[in-house]
Design a protein around this ligand. Sequence first.
Ligand code: IMP
Length: 189
Amino acid sequence: MVDLLRAFLLAEINMRVKDKEFKKFIKKKAIQKKVKKLASRINEDYKDKNPLFIGILNGAFMFASDLMKEVDIPSEISFIRVKSYDKTDSTGKMKKILGLEETIKGRHIIVIEDIVDTGFTIAEIMDEIKSGEPQTLEIVTVLFKPNALKKELPLKYVGFEIPNEFVVGYGLDYDGYGRNLKDIYQIKD
Ligand code: IMP
């Protein structure tokens, strides 16, 4: 009985995704609370501004969905995808942005991201969007690893600042798996 209980509790804390072990790091309740807070700041800041949200696929799908349920001002949402190509610029990868079809000019744009790690991905997305001449441009991200950051970025809306450790869940994957997890898990040493 004690063994069963122990196994149950451990299963509640630990998670295996493919060949790696993870431990529960940010619970779904804390995530939902944070999402509501971020949305209420956005509702306040963008009243009468009719913002256009741009979600970055795949990672931001879950956050974008939860966030938009809490956004109660007139707004639009669209999604883009970033394709990486190896062996090109100094970062080792060159990124191409797919799916940006809306008119950006003069709009208030909020980019929805799952995580800002080195910041290279979001920086390229920001440059591309900026070239479309938006009126304003901000980022909302669930997670931010400040110690990994290598780019100057205007991170106005950040859910959680986390250490430089690999995480999965709530849209984030390990080799394609784990995106569906409701909680966020951190890799075990
Ligand atoms: P960056 O360009 O280094 O900021 O990271 C870009 C992308 O890498 C993010 O949008 C994520 O999809 C992925 N990524 C970065 N850190 C993690 C992590 O800890 N877990 C899962 N994916 C991550």
